[in-house]
Write a protein that binds this ligand. Structure first.
Ligand SMILES: C[S@@+](CC[C@H](N)C(=O)[O-])C[C@H]1O[C@@H](n2cnc3c(N)ncnc32)[C@H](O)[C@@H]1O
Length: 495
């Protein structure tokens, strides 16, 4: 059955300009991925009739894959599909495909196509407002490949779901949150979505809603970034999740990975304690792919404090250079202060000046200046192929006694004392942590992008203040800032 639906979808893709489909965030799931997704549900028990929601159904690939999968269970006699789709161009094909599915299935299949906007049409229900449906539609199963589209923060869809939005949201997580809303208690939902929601402040509200109301049971990762959507060149890192609507956490989460969307045979599989995968108030999701990464999490999650808990914090550099061109200087002059860029970080130390353009500023804007104190600078951006995500440099105020203020470009982060200036041994100790292999690996598991965000660094587990200072003293004594030496020192504290 699915072969036929895929064949017709391919004809549609050829006939419909990409520009048209992009307006609706339209990408189609491959046959193998659709089958894999349907196969993630648990075998149904004691059910005669099941209801299934496929929101943003496109040509109906996922609905059809679901019907194919559930046909193998004798107890199931009836399948009721509800498909939301608001792109008029694809509606004819969707109807044709669902009709085909209905005619060829060995079960009794019925379907309804709802052409309204999946998000805004449920605004009153989702927010439990007057005029809403007191019994909103709930389904046994939710399956989906939602539209991928960033929308403005005042778009009607964003306004319809304020609880999960922070800034300009992406349609994919509005669909996921609404999908969960439409799921019956203890029901299962399988979604294919980008991995971006698993960390970052921007997705925190969504994570809080989603992972309070449901529990992850299975996560599937694609190792290759560009193979998930056939013919579509989607370069987002994508994953498949299966969640259950319950507030009881399972003991473990299954994490599988495959090379591409055609290659589900050669998948690797891992079971990981739930508490390691979903952790902290921020509900970060740690996407581990092998036992080595599990051990990285286990070793660091033994520490119960974070940087703010011990009185320091990572912040983002203050000066956006291209918005403040008038204050930038190439040469030192009266009243000029140093502006530090990532290029000033070299082999663990901060070097200045380096005869770089615009490495001074002359300003009286307080927002562009900070006290000349001890800091640990950390690059915000690194290239994919670079050996480390976390690259830091020790900044000691005593090396620049001529300045009372300095500035930092917003492409670096810096760790600063919250109440008092950090001692030298504390700065060296923090360097041991953030220049170690363990912390670099931990950060990569937490965040798949090449950007180093202060919110995430501030949520990473760290040893207590005394131990960090002790590590710093050890580093100062050995005078060896290498990653290897940092690993050796850290080893003694986290087993
Ligand atoms: C990424 S495509 C997935 C299509 C199909 N589910 C599949 O897996 O092949 C998302 C679909 O959602 C539809 N869509 C976008 N915004 C929508 C909305 N607000 N309400 C209903 N459907 C929407 C698009 O037209 C598109 O067909």
């Amino acid at each position: 059955m699915l072969e036929k639906i895929i064949e017709l979808t391919n004809l549609y893709i050829e006939s419909m300009p990409k520009k048209e489909r992009k307006k609706y965030g339209q990408f189609f799931t491959s046959m193998e991925t659709a089958r894999f997704m349907a196969g993630l549900y648990e075998k149904p028990t004691e059910k005669f009739c099941v209801t299934v929601l496929d929101a943003g159904a496109g040509s109906g690939i996922l609905s059809c894959a679901f019907v194919e999968w559930i046909e193998q269970f004798d107890t199931i006699k009836e399948i009721e599909l509800v498909c939301y789709e608001n792109d008029e161009n694809v509606l004819g094909l969707l109807r044709e495909n669902l009709e085909y599915c209905k005619r060829h299935s060995i079960k009794k299949v019925s379907y309804r196509i709802l052409t309204e906007n999946y998000i805004t049409s449920q605004f009153l229900d989702f927010n439990d407002m007057i005029g809403g449906n007191p019994n909103p539609s709930k389904y046994d199963y939710v399956i989906g490949n939602p539209p991928y589209m960033k929308i403005p923060k005042d778009a009607p869809e964003a306004a319809a779901m304020p609880e999960v939005c922070y800034g300009a949201p992406n349609m994919y997580f509005l669909f996921a949150a609404m999908g969960l809303f439409n799921l019956k208690d203890d029901g299962e939902m399988v979604y294919i979505i980008p991995r971006s929601w698993t960390s970052g402040a921007y997705f925190k509200r969504f994570r809080q809603y989603f992972l309070k109301e449901s529990r992850l049971e299975h996560i599937h990762l694609f190792v290759s970034r560009d193979k998930v959507f056939d013919k579509e060149n989607v370069l987002q890192e994508t994953l498949i999740i299966k969640v259950r609507k319950t507030n009881i956490s399972p003991a473990q989460v299954k994490i599988t990975s495959s090379k591409s969307n055609k290659d589900f045979d050669g998948i690797t599989s891992l079971t990981v304690p739930y508490s390691l995968v979903v952790s902290g108030e921020d509900y970060y999701v740690y996407l581990v792919t092998d036992e080595k990464e599990v051990s990285v999490l286990e070793r660091l999650q033994k520490f119960s404090q974070t940087l703010p808990d011990i009185g320091v914090k990572m912040k983002t550099g203050l000066t956006v250079d291209f918005r403040n061109r008038d204050v930038l200087r190439d040469e030192e002059e009266d009243g000029a202060i140093p502006l530090f860029y990532s290029q000033h970080i070299k082999q663990g130390m901060v070097h200045f000046p380096i005869q770089k353009e615009h490495e001074y500023v002359v300003t009286d804007q307080r927002g562009l200046m900070q006290d000349n104190k001890n800091y640990l600078f950390v690059k915000r951006f690194t290239a994919k192929e670079e050996h480390r995500r976390l690259q830091c440099g020790i900044y000691l105020a005593k090396n620049y006694p001529q300045y009372t203020k300095i500035s930092t470009q917003n492409k670096i982060n810096f760790i600063d004392g919250l109440l008092e200036e950090m001692s030298e041994c504390l700065v060296y100790g923090l360097y041991v942590l953030f220049n170690s292999t363990l912390y670099d690996e931990y950060y990569r598991i937490l965040n798949g992008s090449t950007q180093v965000n202060s919110t995430e660094i501030n949520s990473m587990p760290v040893p207590d203040m005394e131990s960090i200072q002790e590590m710093g003293r050890k580093l100062m004594k050995t005078k060896d800032l290498s990653e290897k030496n940092c690993n050796l020192i850290l080893e003694g504290y986290c087993g």
